[in-house]
Design a protein around this ligand. Sequence first.
Ligand code: PGA
Length: 256
Amino acid sequence: MEIIISENPSEASAKAAEAVKMQILAKRSSVLGLATGGTVMGLYGKLAEMCGRGEVSFKKVSTFNLDEYVGMPASDPNSYRSFMKKHLFSKIDVDPSNTHIPDGCAENIRAYCVQYENKIRLCGGIDLQVLGIGSDGHIGFNEPSSSLGSRTRVKTLTEKTRADNSRFFGGDISKVPMHAVTMGIGTILDSREILLLAFGEGKAEAVARMAEGPVTATVPASALQLHPNVKVFLDEPAASKLVNKAYYKYVYANKP
Ligand code: PGA
């Protein structure tokens, strides 16, 4: 796990955007795994700018989002389809037919989850997965106690996650759905490369447990310790509880 600590979220997002750009320049038909949430908005803004300047094109890129709320129609302003359209897809040259987001309204949701996994496989697997982290240590909506080998399925959201996300629902936790379809931890670990972004003091505990604690289903993000190619982009507050913070800075400054 490579831990990259930046002065602020904007600098960290620029570094993560550069990594996404390098992936697409190396393979125009890259398959990206994408996340939603407050953290990745800066990254998506930078990618849109790069695309606007002609530095990178998403014309051949395919995307798979991590998750969607169960029962949320794609047309709802709070759906992750709406989020992605607003913050990224409408601002880049991606072909909408190559963008995939789990359908939270699928009739047979179990069968749908298997199909979603198959679609990822048929596209050749995810080259680069973008992740945020929940303050409870989740990745995607894999809440604590998720199997480290899990695949796409429906999960019940914790009260913590629903409280964190209530800011997108006018601060009303009762409006935050109780369930979500999410790629599993096993699905995420199949990606060839993973970029995780975390900003702010509220994420410091989860980040420390992810990177320096034991690998445990209690902290789903700790499963990333098992992956050979993970980069973690942090601002100073999110890095504040890392015991070996000075060492990570030393390693980054002396990168071969
Ligand atoms: P956030 O969510 O970026 O809105 O903090 C991250 C996550 O829950 O994975």
